[in-house]
Design a protein around this ligand. Structure first.
Ligand SMILES: [Zn+2]
Length: 310
């Protein structure tokens, strides 16, 4: 789990706890209103507890008070038993009592909330819901089918299901328009989030929007996404090459983002329609050779084939 969502999760769990407490208090008030004798005993218990702690603080004898307190406690539990009273806590998760943790390990409800946040933050714009199961190349005779099938397999088995031990950090997927790059990238994003791995899918145009708002200190949803661009475990940038080149922004922020991500062993997938030459011209040989270094990168030769969008 990455830190980016900590504050959000804390807020979720403190409101869950507040709600449970509120429900509990409402529930107890109702019960005490129906049972005046119990209300009296509970009042007495509170009074004794206070006296006891005062005596403790003043180092005064407490034995008699303790005996009275024990007596009233057993009266209360007897009454509760006799009248079959159930004080429900109304926790939304009984396992962790809405704390999110069991013995300092995250509860399954916490993991569920985390995955929900990952899903909500997967992309800026609504994303087509492709999954690995939607790979249509298995039964296709399109020229790119064989290569794309192999890629689907790599993305599912070697990247998604083996994320922590995957040897590649950078991925470069270049190919003609409509050969199926976006569907694959989307399926990968979906597969990662299902496994609780933070993935962010942005078009290069959106990414530059994030950089621009960050650069101009605008307080927007875009600029607040900048930290997630750096922190997410898999950043997917689609349609690289179609974004506007703003002076001092596009290339500078792209380089520094990739550099920071690489320094932290975060994975990045770039999808582009540009060929090697056009890429080098636009982003420079230095950047490309560093990004696509075979020791830690998987680059796929230019994919051609049928345009599936037609
Ligand atoms: Zn829980």
């Amino acid at each position: 789990m990455i830190k980016y969502f900590d504050r959000k999760l804390n807020m979720i769990y403190s409101s869950k706890l507040a709600l449970a407490k509120e429900n509990y208090e409402k529930n107890s008030a109702e019960i005490l209103a129906e049972h005046p004798m119990l209300a009296q005993a509970v009042k007495q218990r509170k009074k004794l507890q206070m006296e006891l702690s005062r005596n403790n603080a003043l180092k005064k004898p407490t034995d008699a008070l303790q005996a009275q307190l024990d007596d009233i406690k057993s009266q209360i539990s007897q009454y509760v038993k006799d009248h079959d009273i159930r004080l429900s806590q109304n926790y939304s998760c009984v396992k962790c009592k809405d704390t999110g943790y069991i013995n300092s390990a995250p509860c399954e409800c916490y993991i569920k909330e985390y995955k929900k946040l990952l899903r909500e933050n997967l992309s800026l714009s609504p994303l087509a819901q492709f999954t690995f199961k939607d790979n249509t190349f298995a039964a296709s005779d399109a020229p790119q089918a064989k290569g794309m099938n192999k890629l689907y397999e790599i993305m599912q088995k070697n990247v998604c299901e083996n994320f922590a031990n995957c040897k590649w950090n950078n991925f470069m997927l270049s190919g003609a328009s409509g050969v199926g790059k976006t569907a694959l990238a989307t399926a990968l994003a979906d597969g990662l989030v299902r496994r609780g791995i933070s993935a962010l899918y942005l078009t290069a145009f959106e990414l530059v929007g994030v950089f621009l708002d960050k650069h101009t200190h605008k307080s927007t949803r875009m600029s607040s996404l900048y930290d997630y661009v750096l922190e997410c475990e898999m950043l997917i940038v689609d349609n690289l090459g179609t974004e506007p080149i703003y002076k001092n922004v596009t290339l500078e922020y792209l380089y520094s983002t990739i550099e920071k991500r690489m320094a932290q062993n975060k994975k990045t997938l770039l999808c582009t329609q540009l060929g090697a030459q056009a890429l080098a011209q636009r982003y420079g040989e230095t950047f490309l050779s560093k990004f696509a270094d075979k020791r830690y990168s998987l680059s796929v030769g230019y994919i051609t084939g049928d345009n599936l969008r037609k």
